[in-house]
Design a protein around this ligand. Sequence first.
Ligand SMILES: [Zn+2]
Length: 64
Amino acid sequence: MMVPVRCFTCGNVVSEHWEEFENRTREGEEDPQQVLDELGVERYCCRRMLVSHVDLVDVVSPYQ
Ligand SMILES: [Zn+2]
């Protein structure tokens, strides 16, 4: 679905970084590790929120 607004573990806002993270890593153009470093997402709990997210909202939304 949509990327969670906040990190489940620490509550830090992570959704503000999703669009840039996705655009820059979409087809392996850039290393996700480097992009997250540049975005200032330092904690591994927050990094996993972006790295492990699969955006399915456009796939699912026509059926609701
Ligand atoms: Zn976190």
